[in-house]
Design a protein around this ligand. Structure first.
Ligand code: UDX
Ligand code: ADP
Length: 474
């Protein structure tokens, strides 16, 4: 029997980088649907409800405007999870799925505890028929676990729980942070995995409010789950490929920008995702590849697992080699040298610092005894303290956590021995190196890991200059 579901009320569990922007877009495009975004984290919900839009927990260009126009109209943020589930025709699961740190699969497998908690909560509180949509990145066959938990609602002894039923869909999110609003508004594709046509249609109908039908693909549940992992693994492997070649460029006199351009003009390769850098970060790439490796090992596909493991190894190696070469160039010792770090987020236009290469590189330099100043236009000091620990004010020699947060970029160059660019924020692209050179301690270095500095201008100003994948590094 083919039923039809008209979705009027959505509950999204998880008000993070995926849940927040995705639900904001649905609310904007579907004024007839009430969207409730819920989370266990009270501070996060308070921040989403803040009158000061600069305090939203997620910085994403274009997001503030949508929040301003939809919030408390058809988009609501709250901690009342149970009621939001109760009233929903469709529940999106957008909670975090970190890599397990202990137990079976530690270091590789995804920790599904939050997803499982959500499924149990949905199972307890849902009414009538509810479509449950997995949006978090999950291991293949997670839908099976969710289905089992949900179906247990119907075999409960508690009679009040009997009149409920569920459909489960996988609808992975492909948005990239920093461009999330554009990615949501004009997606390359929307993927819906499921085995019940009426449930797929209910979700498809929501997207049809702004996405052309040709861009909405449906697959079985497992293909959809695996496609998300595969897409991220493919993208990450491109970055490891180009980064591995950046090191070869430095040795051979080739220039990685020229090589990227030359290979990217081959339409089979394409020009996107070929920028060499300090290594990929973000919450997805490493976690998803580790997950893929875990699944491959589980099924005895050792060579396949080893193949993907190399993508991560190159990424770690790239970060290490950058910190090592900085120490070498600064005469082999950076103890008490002043180093200014420009950029802490894992990429521009986001305040997210998860897996940011900046963390590894800064940690290495701190261990070597450097005094570090960190500037980032969006990452707050509290977040950096969480990563690096409280900065040490104790200037004695045994202290190895000498970092300070820069509140004002212009004042941060005084007496520094080196400036290291780790995130490609626009703000760092047109700095006046000539006037900056007057403030630094000579000889001073620029280390540009994001290829944003004009080499000629930097050298003309007097700096010694190193650029990732560059042919001219002295
Ligand atoms: C990624 C996927 O792109 C997205 O589809 C998925 O939903 C989540 O994971 P995200 O991590 O937000 O998105 O950003 P992305 O733009 O993919 O960048 C990831 C990392 O790769 C960043 O650290 C970025 O600096 C780096 N990168 C990206 C490069 O070093 N070079 C490139 O050419 C592109
Ligand atoms: P992502 O990048 O996947 O969106 P985030 O960490 O930014 O990840 O957001 C995930 C959100 O999910 C967090 O705000 C977290 O508090 C929330 N969360 C985790 N577990 C639960 C749960 N069981 N119920 C409700 N919210 C949860």
């Amino acid at each position: 029997m083919d039923k039809e579901i008209e979705v009027r009320n959505i509950c999204c569990i998880g008000a993070g980088y995926v849940g927040g922007p995705t639900m904001a877009m649905i609310a904007k495009k579907c004024p007839h649907i009430k969207v409730n975004v819920v989370d266990v984290d009270e501070n996060r919900i308070a921040a989403w409800n803040s009158n000061d839009l600069a305090k939203l927990p997620v910085f994403e260009p274009g997001l503030e405007e949508i929040i301003a126009s939809q919030r408390n109209i058809n988009l609501f943020f709250s901690n009342d999870i149970d009621n939001a589930i109760k009233n929903a025709d469709m529940v999106f699961i957008c909670v975090n799925t970190p890599t397990k740190t202990k137990g079976l699969g530690a270091g590789y497998a995804c920790d599904l505890k939050y997803v499982e908690l959500c499924a149990r909560r949905v199972s307890r509180n849902a009414h009538g028929h509810t479509v449950v949509v997995e949006k978090s990145t999950l291991p293949v066959r997670t839908a099976k676990t969710i289905k089992e938990i949900l179906s247990s609602a119907n075999i409960s002894k508690d009679k009040s729980k009997i009149n409920k039923s569920f459909s489960i869909l996988s609808n992975p999110e492909f948005l990239a942070e920093g461009t999330a609003i554009n990615d949501l508004e004009k997606p390359d594709r929307v993927l819906i995995g499921g085995d019940e046509v009426f449930a797929i249609n209910a979700l498809r109908k929501i997207y049809l409010n702004w996405v052309h039908e040709d861009k909405i693909l449906s697959t079985n549940l497992w293909s959809s789950e695996l496609s998300k992992l595969s897409a991220n693994a493919f993208l990450a492997s491109r970055i490891s490929s180009i980064n591995s070649l950046s090191a070869l460029c430095e040795k051979t006199g080739a220039d990685i920008k020229e090589v990227s351009l030359a290979i990217g003009t081959d339409s089979r390769i394409g020009s996107k995702f070929l920028k060499a850098g300090p290594g990929f970060g973000g919450s997805c790439f490493k976690k998803d590849i580790l997950n893929l490796i875990y699944i491959c090992r589980h099924f005895g596909l050792i060579e396949v697992a080893n193949y993907w493991e190399k993508v991560i190894e190159i990424n770690e190696w790239q970060k290490n080699r950058i910190s090592q070469l900085i120490v070498r160039k600064l005469f082999g010792t950076i103890t008490d040298k002043k180093i200014l770090i420009l950029g802490y987020s894992y990429k521009a236009n986001t305040n997210d610092t998860r897996e940011s290469p900046a963390k590894n590189i800064i940690n290495d330099l701190l261990v070597e005894g450097a005094e570090i100043t960190i500037h980032d236009p969006q990452v707050r000091e509290e977040k950096i303290i969480k990563d690096l620990g409280e900065p040490s004010n104790n200037q004695n020699e045994s202290s190895f956590n000498k970092w300070i947060y820069s509140k004002n970029l212009d004042d941060s160059f005084d007496n520094v021995d080196a400036v290291i660019i780790l995130t490609e924020w626009d703000l760092y692209k047109n700095l006046n190196w000539e006037s900056i050179y007057k403030k630094v301690r000579k000889p001073a270095w620029i280390f540009d890991t994001r290829l944003v500095v004009n080499k000629e201008l930097a050298i003309k100003a007097g700096f010694r200059f190193w650029q990732l994948g560059g042919s001219h590094n002295d």
